[in-house]
Design a protein around this ligand. Structure first.
Ligand code: URP
Ligand code: ZN
Ligand code: ZN
Length: 481
């Protein structure tokens, strides 16, 4: 019998703090050797001329998620797995919804079953929309015992938002149980007030979505979310930061030693409010919240990434097609922007866009790319050391990456169940040619081969992303990685 099940030979292995040419030896789905030469393997994958990256960890994906307003994410765990593997991602953290007036455990069990039907390794954030005593005192501890170590809250959206008192109760519960809290930060009353004024003035096209949610509404809610978290002494991550104004709030809090982390997404580095002004209601394809900004803002968000203020890049993948009964245009092409479901698909596009716009264009280093796309989210969400890095003992989750390959993004390449990609026509340099999940080649040259039902649920430990006062999170100590 061969010593290794798999050898990945001849590639340049990229880690969070450096890259080196070496072979990777895999046994029983785990990395057991990193050596100049790995021989005696049952299967060999040649990686000459390729980068060997840790499989992407996407800590913010909406998959198979129904909403109380009737919107349904069309992406299933199977189609999401195909899309993730096509783009070099091997693990996701997605969401279990709670609807007001209901508990969480029943839906959680349902999500465990749904997730188990896919091919992706997956963990869950529990969304809290109705923080009753029963939910916080009886149900959350049972989720934590099952390895669900993060709670997600919204400060906006009619059916999802918490007021400040409710948010404080969630923070206090999270603190008692060692959970991280992820927060959607926009001021709901301010948005509602703007929407009323816009609609009364007859300004109801997709582009007016951005007019309703300017950066100040994000900045105010980010400030408040951090201040209340500071009051409770509870770590939070601010989701999908779109602008420097909001990131500055995070930077100031980090400088005070507050445990707050910031995530951004490819849409806030590439898409603009002008995209929502495309004719024939096509602008709806770019509607997400916060709204895409402009190219100057993209530059400022890159600065915040380089400073380490924003240290995770997720997709915020949302499975809404454009057409069809559940799609963005379901209410008709004359419908007001308020009738368009928010969110855009991006699971497969995340790594290629971050690599191309970041590494290929010289905005970030390869090591920063690895940290932003895999190591940092894995550590922040308690998935390390098994996920997010190429190390002996870690799961053999790898993306073999051709850094010179030029690709024009098309919807077909995304391999998702959605009928469009907002990145159609974008040129990228750098592309995954193979994806390996726990030692199994699940994607090769765009062809996904993985058996539904092979994705594993990932019980998580507490967040493990130490940020001593004054030390920016992107500079954390390599010894702990
Ligand atoms: O527009 C967005 N981002 N929709 C998805 C739900 C959320 O806010 O994360
Ligand atoms: Zn959100
Ligand atoms: Zn989201």
């Amino acid at each position: 019998m061969a010593e290794y099940d798999l050898a990945v030979r001849g590639g340049v292995v990229a880690g969070p703090f450096g890259a080196a040419r070496c072979d990777v030896g895999v046994r029983d789905g785990r990395i057991v050797a990193l050596a100049e030469r790995v021989t005696d393997a049952a299967r060999v994958v040649e990686a000459d001329g390729l980068l060997v990256l840790p499989g992407g960890v996407d800590a913010h994906c909406h998959i198979e998620e129904p909403a109380p307003d009737g919107t349904v994410h069309e992406e299933t765990f199977v189609s999401a797995s195909c899309s993730a593997f096509a783009g070099g991602t091997t693990s996701v953290v997605c969401f279990v919804p709670q609807w007001k007036g209901q508990g969480v455990l029943g839906r959680y069990e349902d999500y465990r079953r749904r997730g188990a039907g896919g091919m992706l390794d997956h963990a869950f954030h529990q969304i809290i929309t109705d923080p009753t005593d029963a939910v916080l005192e009886d149900e959350v501890p049972r989720l934590v015992a099952d390895g669900v170590r993060s709670l997600k809250v919204f400060l906006t959206y009619d059916t999802l938002r918490l007021d400040d008192a409710e948010y404080l109760r969630v923070l206090a519960t999270a603190r008692r149980h060692g959970c991280l809290v992820a927060v959607h930060c926009e001021n709901d009353s301010a948005i509602g007030w703007r929407i009323d004024a816009l609609l009364r003035a007859g300004l109801s096209a997709p582009k007016h979505h951005a007019w309703a949610r300017p950066p100040v509404v994000e900045r105010e809610a980010t400030h408040r979310a951090i201040a209340l978290a500071e009051l409770v002494d509870q770590p939070i991550q601010v989701f999908h930061v779109s602008c420097a104004e909001a990131a500055e709030e995070i930077a100031r809090a980090q400088a005070r030693g507050v445990k707050v982390w910031g995530e951004t997404c490819p849409q806030y580095l590439t898409l603009t409010a002008a995209d929502m002004d495309r004719p024939d209601f096509e602008g709806a394809k770019f509607m997400c919240s916060p709204a895409p900004r402009d190219e100057e803002e993209h530059g400022r968000v890159w600065d915040m990434i380089r400073r380490g203020v924003l240290d995770v890049v997720s997709s915020d993948h949302c499975g809404f097609s454009y057409g069809g009964d559940a799609g963005k245009a379901r209410a008709g092409r004359d419908a007001p922007f308020t009738a368009v479901p928010n969110g855009i698909p991006g699971l497969a596009a995340r790594l290629p866009i971050l690599f191309s716009e970041g590494v290929s264009k010289g905005r970030i280093t390869l090591e920063q790319f690895v940290r932003l796309s895999a190591t940092n989210p894995a550590r922040l969400y308690g998935l390390g050391p098994r996920k997010g890095a190429i190390a002996v003992g870690a799961d053999a989750d790898l993306a073999l990456w051709d850094q010179n390959k030029r690709v024009t993004l098309t919807n077909a390449l995304m391999r998702h169940a959605i009928d469009y990609t907002p990145y159609e026509g974008m040129e990228v340099t750098g592309w995954p040619v193979a994806t390996i999940r726990r030692g199994e080649v699940v994607m090769r040259d765009g062809a996904v081969e993985a058996e539904p039902g092979t994705g594993r649920f990932l019980p998580r430990g507490p967040y493990d992303f130490i940020k001593p006062r004054g030390v920016l999170p992107n500079n954390f100590d390599a010894a702990g990685a």
